[in-house]
Design a protein around this ligand. Structure first.
Ligand SMILES: *Cc1c(COP(=O)(O)O)cnc(C)c1O
Length: 428
């Protein structure tokens, strides 16, 4: 695809016709717009759309439950006992991990807590947690409650890094400088991979290297990164990570989270953790004996038996990712979001300077989302475009987030969105 974007519908249609991934939209259920027709759905960063194959994956498990009942755990095809294993390879490819380094379990905020039990080990000298300022509230609450649980106050133990005065996003050099500044007291660096509000992708490799050089553990919340941007968790040497599956991973509302624990911990049975029977050595699990022996790898962090229905929904989605390939998706994503940026700059911001894209303009510093900072009446503008058929989201205090996703959005969606936005601004 070429980079000479044009602001007309014929151009957008032509890009769609040439898009090698165009048939994937057919595999999703596009919701109706309030104004009739199909919605311009730019909210895959909040809840990914339903793949058409989800229902059959769910039906298969319901059928198994009906036919085999309790024997479904051991004696059915794809027995539930090992069902989580079926997700490992495709998911590992998405996050750049080895299959043993990932497992799907629980939900994201719960997993952040479980992982901090293992990887936030404060000592009298090292007890601080470094995170990005303005992190997603659940992550802030999780870290605050973890430090309090260990006997510290958030004021003494949490260090937040903020953008410079007059800037919207963080500079890597400032993150690294903060790590260095606190290096003697730092126990954990916990950052988002992609910031939910600004859409900024952090330099995870550099943060990991600097955090570990300072003697801290480094973990990432990849809620907005998994299935959106390229990740190399294993090679970057990240200690741990967690993400949810209902955003870009299209696995349905509240569906299970995934975790990554680096191979270097795979055999560390002595690492503190909150244990449950599903993390216990599979060969002995049903002997029902005392004495926890963790499974090898990320599996050793499981507590409960697998949530089969959400796991089945996630398999349906991972099958589509396998067909499309993360590299191809990323390539299209850069084009699609680049087109959105171009149209907003050309058609909207240049004519009405109340609207500013706060997401970085370098493709490697962002995923598919653009965050549009609206100077005034932002909420009203958001409601106008919603009425006109756009599904995006509004984040207080003044940002409209739009995320064209490469699996099911089109260049025509992007073009139409820009037209609607321009019209709504004019009408204000
Ligand atoms: C979406 C999101 C969450 C949501 O947490 P759940 O436990 O899945 O409800 C948490 N953290 C971040 C950074 C998110 O983007």
């Amino acid at each position: 695809m070429i980079n000479q974007y044009q602001s007309n519908q014929a151009y957008a249609r032509e890009q769609d016709a040439r898009d090698p991934l165009r048939q994937f939209r057919e595999q999703f259920i596009i919701p109706p717009a309030k104004s009739g027709g199909e919605a311009i759905y730019f909210c895959g960063n909040s809840l990914g759309l339903q793949p058409k194959n989800t229902r059959s994956y769910l039906d298969r498990e319901l059928e198994k439950w009906a036919t085999y009942a309790v024997d479904g755990h051991f004696h059915a095809p794809e027995p539930w006992l090992h069902y989580h294993r079926l997700l490992k390879e495709p998911l590992a490819r998405i996050v750049g991990a080895k299959p043993e380094e990932v497992v799907v379990m629980n939900n994201l905020s719960s997993n952040l807590h479980f992982l901090m039990v293992s990887f936030y080990q404060p000592t009298t000298k090292r007890y601080k947690v470094l995170m990005e300022g303005g992190a997603f509230p659940s992550d802030q609450y999780a870290v605050e409650s973890q430090v309090k649980f260990r006997g510290y106050t958030p004021e003494e133990a949490i260090v937040e890094v903020f953008p410079r005065e007059g800037e919207q996003t963080l500079r890597t050099e400032d993150i690294l400088a903060a790590i260095e500044q606190h290096q003697d007291e730092l126990a954990l660096v916990l950052f988002a991979g992609l910031q939910y509000y600004t859409g900024q992708v952090f330099d995870m490799a550099a943060i990991t290297k600097a955090g570990q050089a300072a003697g801290a553990k480094v973990g990432f919340d990849l809620a907005h990164a998994a299935g959106n941007v390229p990740l190399q968790l294993h090679d970057w040497g990240v200690d741990f990570a967690a993400w949810c599956s209902y955003k870009y991973l299209n696995s349905g509302p509240g569906s299970n989270s995934g975790i990554f624990v680096h191979e270097r911990y795979a055999n560390q049975a002595e690492l503190p953790r909150f244990a449950g029977w599903w993390g216990h050595d599979e060969k002995e699990r049903f002997l029902m004996q005392k004495g926890f022996k963790p499974m090898y790898g990320a599996d050793g962090w499981q507590l409960s038996n697998g949530n089969i229905l959400p796991l089945a929904a996630q398999r349906a989605s991972l099958e589509i990712f396998e067909q499309a390939g993360m590299d191809n998706l990323r390539q299209k994503s850069i084009q699609l979001t680049g087109y959105l940026e171009y149209l907003i700059r050309e058609e909207v911001s240049s004519k009405a300077n109340r609207l500013q894209i706060i997401t970085p303009s370098q493709p490697e510093e962002r995923g598919c989302q653009l965050s549009l900072f609206v100077e005034k009446n932002g909420k009203q503008l958001f409601e106008q475009i919603s009425q006109a058929g756009v599904v995006g989201d509004w984040r207080e205090p003044n940002v409209i987030r739009v995320a064209p996703t490469p699996l099911y959005n089109t260049f025509t969606d992007v073009f139409q969105f820009a037209q609607l936005l321009k019209k709504a601004i004019k009408e204000q």
